[in-house]
Design a protein around this ligand. Structure first.
Ligand code: CA
Length: 519
């Protein structure tokens, strides 16, 4: 209490101090602006003047035109008082230089509405930065590897509502929590347009991705860290559209304790690869060591050459990696363009994952969609869904082979048509472990749910007939804390909220009017 009171006095003193001569100011900036000007719309500042003079809480309004000076704030903003660079009119402040934005070591900076096209270097150098917001920007062509480079981040890198294309590892974030990548259109990249390494508690949602050239997302451990390995975990990847992924997978999921849900994988070479492998030797690519405890549910895979690939090398596990307990529920896999929709590589076991209550069909039931290399036969072995459910009943159960009856695949509309057998065919995600009343519910498996990490709202769940919103998840204790008191029985089914009698299969809940289409 004493401590809080002292903090309050300091806070009041700070407010008085700032209000004496440091109101949040707005200055206008123009390519032809001058440092001697007052920074008004008629007599704007130069960008250099803004970089050197902007204080926490200030906003630089960039008038239209071509700028040949970097955005490079001389200082950081403060919590609740960011330094903001905002285009007067969206995407008309054109940064005409090879490395337009320098945010290294800065925090609480917002960049809004900037355009950068044809840069020889990186669009953003943000190493060591934290609490950065990049919103409504247009980035095209970057010759710099890691075009938006946020290495050694202190956390809270936000990229929203941007158009991003023709870079090289366009958004690269390394370390830190609280990253939020949402509502962007992220297109062609010579490698992987979005890479998270050593990150935790972050959200990737409502983005439109397409990269015919190579991969789309990489979730990895930090390459150079071995002891302990700096892994990526607790990432929510939801409601995204993944268009073509050329050559390799849409998502390389070498992370842990993460949720992939309601994503659409449309015509991808591979949908998701869950790897634990580093290649031929320890010093080579040791970034994909972990892929465990992930929950993948209610996704739609349509027309993919391969939906899911699992890869585990024992030497990786022996060196400190970990693999297994990846669970797949209520997904639709349909219309694949090759027979193999599930591929098992190296030493991965069929029981390193569980496939429960999915609809899995290429074009006719009974096809051998599951493949692995058979040493005995020196050839690939193919198994049908029925084979898998017969041979591994604990891990492959309650799956069906349905034509999901999408509304219009040619128009990329993967909503379920009225009458689809996938409507209300979804399973609960877990169950309660004991009867109770209150706000803290112990479940068999809390990994399906998120409290939103303070970035988005927590999940609305159903526990039997009761409905409540999650405000905290204790993953180690499998405890969900909700916002209202409810009563439940032992073994009560726990679901994400749904419409109708049960959740549907796939990414779209039938009857949802408000679903935002990221395209
Ligand atoms: Ca339903």
């Amino acid at each position: 209490m004493t401590h809080n009171f002292r903090s309050l006095i300091i806070a009041v003193a700070l407010v008085v101090c700032f209000s004496a001569g440091s109101f949040a100011e707005t200055y206008y900036i123009s390519p032809k602006g001058k440092a001697a000007n007052p920074g008004t719309q008629v007599k704007p500042w130069s960008l250099n003047k803004a970089n050197s003079d902007l204080q926490p809480g200030d906003t630089a309004v960039l008038l239209g035109g071509k700028y040949t000076t970097q955005i490079a704030p001389a200082r950081s903003g403060l919590a609740g008082k960011p330094i903001t660079y905002k285009a007067f009119k969206s995407r008309t402040a054109d940064m005409d230089l090879d490395q337009p934005i320098l945010l290294a070591g800065r925090s609480y900076i917002t960049i809004d509405g900037i355009k950068a096209d044809n840069c020889k270097g990186r669009w953003i150098d943000g190493n060591g930065a934290s609490h950065i917001v990049i919103n409504d920007c247009y980035f095209k062509k970057s010759g710099g590897w890691e075009s938006m480079q946020f290495r050694d981040s202190g956390g809270y890198i936000t990229v929203t509502n941007c158009f991003i294309t023709n870079g090289r590892d366009e958004v690269h974030i390394r370390r830190g929590a609280g990253h939020y990548i949402a509502n962007n259109k992220i297109l062609e990249d010579s490698h992987s347009p979005l890479v998270l390494m050593g990150c935790s508690e972050s959200i990737i949602e409502n983005n439109y991705f397409s990269n015919p050239t190579h991969r789309i997302i990489e979730i990895l451990a930090v390459r150079e860290e071995y002891n302990p390995i700096d892994k990526t975990e607790f990432i929510v990847i939801q409601d995204n559209y993944f268009g073509l992924s050329g050559k390799v997978q849409a998502i390389k999921m070498a992370g842990s304790n993460s949720i992939l849900r309601r994503n659409i994988f449309d015509g991808c070479t591979e949908g998701v690869r869950y790897p634990s492998s580093y290649g031929s030797k320890l010093s080579y690519r040791p970034e994909g060591w972990f892929s465990q405890h992930n929950r993948t549910y209610n996704n739609t895979f349509y027309g993919c050459k391969m939906a899911l690939r699992f890869s585990k090398q024992l030497q990786t596990i022996e060196a400190g990696g970990a693999y297994g307990d990846n669970v797949f529920i209520n997904n639709i896999i349909y219309g694949g363009t090759s027979t193999t929709q599930f591929d098992y590589r190296h030493q991965v076991a069929k029981t390193d994952m569980a496939l429960l209550n999915n609809s899995i069909l290429k074009d006719s039931p009974g096809q051998g969609l599951f493949r692995w290399w058979s040493k005995e036969k020196e050839a690939y072995h193919f198994a049908s869904l029925l084979d898998m459910q017969t041979d591994y009943p604990d891990n492959y159960a309650d799956n069906v082979e349905l034509d999901p009856q999408f509304v219009d695949t040619k128009a990329d509309n993967f909503a379920l048509a009225a009458g689809s057998k996938c409507i209300d065919a979804g399973s609960n995600l877990t169950v309660t472990t004991a009867a109770g009343t209150g706000k803290v519910i112990t479940v068999a498996d809390a990994l399906f749910f998120t409290d939103g990490y303070g970035l988005i709202a927590g999940d609305t769940i159903r526990v039997g007939d009761a409905k409540a919103k999650i405000i905290d998840v204790d993953y180690a204790g499998n405890r969900l804390t909700v916002d209202s008191e409810i009563t439940w029985a032992e073994g009560e089914k726990v679901w994400l909220d749904f419409i109708g009698a049960a959740p549907d299969l796939g990414a779209f809940e039938f009857g949802t009017a408000s679903k935002t289409d990221p395209r």
